[in-house]
Design a protein around this ligand. Structure first.
Ligand code: YXS
Length: 259
């Protein structure tokens, strides 16, 4: 059974995450279908892509598939982790990718949504960044995305509380471009896409890539990189990381001991 539905009209493609029973948890299988769809759209030179879930969902994506996170001792968010592969695929897609968001966006789902070029959400949408809830060491790319998108005190509040923020706050912060009602959001998003695809695809593709390169242009020394990797290792080697995974799998609250 396909975990993703795709369609295209004119030069606009749509990718609909459709794994309801796992709340569109970003499993390797689901991510594989999304990246395959993106590659097919790129081959066909589509000029805009909409990434969405079915209309009316309560959960846009429940984030990284926790059942696929490695037990302690291995970086859960390394370069080749499927979530990181998806984030890069969206960021490097040579045309605008627009997130049409209904429902809750959790954890890695926020990274995927924020990797998109524009985010349009319904008033009921919420955004929660949850590594602290599970004891996961967030990756540097994810932190940089947050630093580029929102003021540091707000990024810290979202990371440290792991609590959802409402679409209204996300709009005020500039995380999302527009809020539209459930009835308006689809025609609005496709209207935006139509405006974009009427413009020069080459100019847009180059500006998108230039902005990606400029946003990631943070020079860090090898020593700084190794210090940060060492810090992250203390987390994924920890009792607390394993406890977070076990608690999720056993459907109970974790007991973190700070070790
Ligand atoms: O019990 P069954 O087999 O029916 O499966 C349940 C859930 O276990 C499953 N499910 C997930 N499976 C793997 N990974 C997930 N992230 C995940 N989320 C849910 O889907 C089935 C239905 O879930 P249920 O009964 O909880 O649905 P609900 O409608 O009552 O609640 C929806 C949510 C999203 C509020 C709830 O499922 C939830 O809180 N899910 C976890 C959200 C979360 O903490 N995501 C972060 C994952 S870790 C991650 O993204 C990164 C590593 S990081 O932490 O760095 O951001």
């Amino acid at each position: 059974m396909s975990l993703v539905l795709t369609e295209s009209h004119d030069t606009i493609g749509t990718i609909m995450m459709n794994h309801a029973q796992k709340r569109n948890a970003l499993s390797e299988a689901l991510i594989g279908e999304i990246t395959t769809a993106l590659k097919a759209f790129q081959t066909r030179h589509l000029r805009a892509v909409i990434l969405r879930a079915p209309a009316g969902v309560k959960v846009w994506s429940a984030g990284h598939d926790v059942s696929e996170l490695p037990n302690r001792g291995r970086d859960p968010l390394g370069w080749s982790d499927s979530l990181r592969v998806l984030v890069r695929a969206i960021q490097e897609f040579p045309a605008p990718v627009i997130a049409l968001i209904e429902g809750g966006v959790w954890g890695g789902g926020c990274e995927v949504a924020m990797a998109c070029d524009l985010l349009i959400a319904t008033p009921e949408a919420t955004f929660a960044i949850t590594p602290a809830k599970l004891g996961v060491p967030y990756n540097l790319g994810g932190l940089l995305t947050l630093m580029n998108m929102i003021p540091l005190p707000v990024a810290k509040e979202m990371l440290f509380t792991a609590q959802p923020i409402p679409a209204s706050q996300a709009l005020n912060l500039g995380i999302i471009n527009h809020i539209k009602s459930a009835e308006e959001i689809e025609p609005f998003v496709y209207g935006l896409a139509k405006q974009m695809v009427a413009n020069s695809p080459l100019s847009i593709a180059v500006m998108k890539e230039e902005l990606r390169l400029l946003a990631s242009a943070h020079a860090i020394t090898p020593e700084l990189f190794e210090r940060m990797q060492g810090l992250r290792r203390t987390v994924y080697d920890s009792h607390d990381y394993q406890e977070g995974l076990n608690a999720f799998r056993e459907k109970r609250k974790p007991t973190f001991e700070g070790r």
